[in-house]
Design a protein around this ligand. Structure first.
Ligand code: 4IA
Length: 402
């Protein structure tokens, strides 16, 4: 084991952040980690961890020292075979990363995203009409899973058959960043047909001629990327673009329902929708954790981390660090300046799909805020366990028309 004879000048903790208790409610552990020190060592996984905003932010923006090409999960690609060919975006460093990231940035340009607005709005308004007329709905299964699962696959140009594979694929991809616990084993056991459909849907002949998928293939025709890279980048859209938005929208609606004063503010001023989403991402970050690997010996806030070590970054904890957000960091406040949260990451890997996620959230929240008077939980939300994602499998609410 790498720790034999290793001098560790950081607090050593035996907590398992990937056990069911901490995945269901990570916030007590986050506080413990932040208070223990700027850098801690997690005995169980033999990894370093940071949970304060300053150190998490600094590591994310120092991609030369904290690299991604050895995997953004617990598994070190130098030592273990990845469960799938590594992502050309997420699990890559410059200069390779720069080429594909530039091409993806052009595919998901502000102009492309503006082009989605009218269709995305119409779907959001129909859905909000239906849910408000019903008088109650599940914020996860009736809203957050239905909306992105309609508009995003359409925007990519995916075949309509087989879309039920998208959520299981996301659950697998995000569990796979964690340890081989039962969550990951269960997801891997069902993975083969799901992975097969995903890969088939990344090929040129499967994709509608006017969608984001086809735009990626055109980037290959133009020589911006290779034709071998194109299906891998479509795969990135399908890995990163579905569950993240489902969890993000569900967490936002759940948090608004559970905080009636915040819902009242949004109802009075639906143009706050974008701010409400940012604050919800800070308050309950869908992507809770990520790993980097050190490329050299480095000192962080007085702690020496050797080369070739995995470092676990607690994005969700950084987003509630009172050192950054003040004493009410644990409170949802949609008028707070939430800019600077790391829910989309930070630095060269910062979410490339961000404008699409923001558009979806803005439209669905605006449609709801314009129609719904009261919005209240009718039962406790049920945690959905995943090694990376924080959210709910169910969050029932009652709603009344304005
Ligand atoms: C990819 C971090 C998360 C949103 C993510 C997951 C997968 C990929 C990128 C980002 O497969 O490229």
């Amino acid at each position: 084991m790498p720790t034999l004879n290793r001098k560790i000048d950081a607090p050593v903790l035996d907590a398992d952040p990937f056990d069911e208790t901490h995945l269901a409610d990570p916030y007590p552990l986050h506080e413990l980690l932040r208070e223990a020190g700027p850098v801690v060592f997690l005995e169980r996984y033999q990894v370093w961890a940071m949970a304060r905003h300053d150190e998490v932010h600094a590591s994310l923006t120092d991609h030369g020292t904290f690299c991604s090409s050895r995997g953004a999960g617990l598994s070190d690609f130098h030592k273990e075979k990845p469960w799938r060919p590594p992502s050309l975006l997420l699990e890559a460093d410059p200069p390779d990363h720069t080429v594909v990231r530039t091409a993806m940035g052009k595919v998901i340009s502000p102009r492309t995203v503006r082009g989605f607005r009218d269709t995305f709005r119409a779907v959001a308004e129909d859905l909000a009409d239906e849910l408000v007329a019903r008088g109650g709905f599940d914020a996860v299964t009736d809203l957050a899973e239905r909306y992105p699962l309609k508009v995003f696959p359409d925007a990519v140009g995916l075949p309509s058959e087989g879309r039920e594979n998208l959520l299981p694929y996301g659950a697998l991809a995000f569990n796979a960043f964690g340890p081989r616990n039962t969550l990951l084993e269960d997801a891997l056991a069902k993975a083969a047909p799901v992975q097969e459909w995903i890969w088939a849907s990344c090929q040129r002949d499967a994709l509608a001629p006017d969608g984001l998928g086809a735009r990626i293939w055109e980037a290959a025709d133009n020589g911006e990327i290779t034709h071998e890279q194109a299906p891998m980048l479509v795969r990135s859209l399908l890995s990163a673009g579905v569950d993240t938005t489902v969890y993000g929208i569900a967490n936002t609606v759940q948090a608004l329902a559970a905080n009636p004063d915040q819902w009242a503010r949004l109802r009075e001023k639906p143009s706050l929708a974008r701010f409400a989403f940012d604050e919800a991402l800070r308050y309950e970050s869908p992507v809770q954790t990520f790993f980097r690997t050190t490329t050299r010996d480095v000192e962080v806030s007085g702690v020496r981390i050797p080369e070739g070590e995995k470092v676990l970054l607690f994005l969700g904890a950084a987003n509630r660090d009172p050192r950054k957000w003040g004493p009410d960091a644990d409170r949802m406040d949609i008028t707070r300046r939430a800019a600077g949260h790391v829910a989309f990451g930070m630095g060269i890997h910062q979410c490339v799909g961000q404008p699409i996620a923001r558009l979806e959230a803005e439209l669905v929240l605006t449609a709801l805020a314009e129609r719904a008077g009261h919005l209240e939980p009718t039962a406790d939300p049920v945690p959905k366990l995943n090694n990376t994602l924080k959210g709910w499998s169910s969050a029932p609410v009652s709603v009344r028309a304005t």
